[in-house]
Design a binder for this molecule. Sequence first.
Ligand code: GLN
Length: 488
Amino acid sequence: MSDLTKLTLDAALTGMANGEFSSVEITKAHIDAIKDAGKLNAFITDTHDLALEQAAASDARRAKGEAGLLEGAPLGVKDLFCTTGVRTTACSKILGDFTPTYESSVTANMKADGMVMLGKLNLDEFAMGSSNETSFYGPVINPWRKDADLVPGGSSGGSASAVAADLCLGATATDTGGSIRQPAAFTGTVGIKPTYGRCSRWGTVAFASSLDQAGPIAKTVKDSAILLQSMAGYDAKDSTSLNLPVPDWVSACGASIKGMKIGIPKEYTIDGMPKEIEDLWQQGMKWLEAAGAEIVHISLPHTKYALPAYYVVAPAEASSNLARYDGMRYGLRVEGENLNDTYERTRTEGFGDEVRRRIMIGTYVLSSGYYDAYYLRAQKVRTKIADDFKAAWEKCDAILTPTCPSGPFPVGHKFNDPVKMYLNDIFTVTANLAGLPGISVPAGLDANGLPLGLQIIGRALDEETVFKAASALEDAAGFSAKPLKWWG
Ligand code: GLN
């Protein structure tokens, strides 16, 4: 049998449906691949025995004709999703060996659809980062590494690296300011963040609740549609969950884009962006035009305020969400001389530098005297950004931009300069601030042979158009490059 780890999710599901191989077989192939890929540091918790049990149960269900949407597919889960009986850390020391007694709604949906969970994937601590270097469990390495270790992007670096290296058929991820799309771009994979409210946030460790959305990282656009189809859906346990049916996104993949209007925002041309990214963007416009779309030039005038607004709103919400880690209920507890001392010691020891930085920024911008000047103003900017998009939708159906202003960079390169690191999110945070769906599609290689992505942003709830445009881009780009296997 050929290497089952090289299959797309779609092909694997078809292969199992046709009886060409079993879930146990394809799960074993992925377990072997994971055992061989320790150098990538993508998985931080292996659940191989559990996966084999799930695979056997899945094969039995299939034999009875009870196959779900993800039946028997071996997948990875970002360690931000709570999983019953399986350690969930958010890659923070403060969660220690926290083992939830409940399952996140997203992973529960996937389990109900037949997912086989291979293990839990590395991420930036509490999903704060753009390089997966803030993880308590150490950095994830990008499989596209050539001479030096490269970051896979973040915060869903483990998910992206594992999918790119064929360690799983797809993975869950989350995106607060770009954490699905940027790592997808850095690893030659596809990542979609749906409209805010499509996926339930229940049971997912919170970073910034008004921005957080779950979504998949996958090998192809269609695979990402299959995964999102399973992950999404109304959940009464999340008050921001949208009570709307989940459309058939899988069928949207490959549909015609004739007459679709694609907006090109002039504000996304920024100083210092490498020419190869600008060129790829131009190429993307030509590809979509050749597929029947019409290119229209638009303006999103408040774009330049998006990043500063994001880096006020996200830390503000984070500082509030992280207040629960006090050493009293779960996770790490460092005993002090009195209650306050215990809080202080626990939080000082439990949180890493980046998380502490966010808590300090967040409490500062929320403090009386500064609230109006920073937090309230950032919220107003957020409304302006959403209004910019609303005006743009009068002229176009979807927007094409580069996913990131740079390709993958070496480990350590931006780590000690937070502002430099934050600038990497310049093209992705806008979709979170406005709650819109956005996808990154691998579209080309840079001069060093490293992957680059293009992003499609759509109207709220219009993932369908996003999938159509993304498929057209994927077809035209014909991106088939894979990292050479140097690990293992
Ligand atoms: N890189 C951004 C940050 O550090 C976004 C992270 C995310 O989307 N979770 O906040």
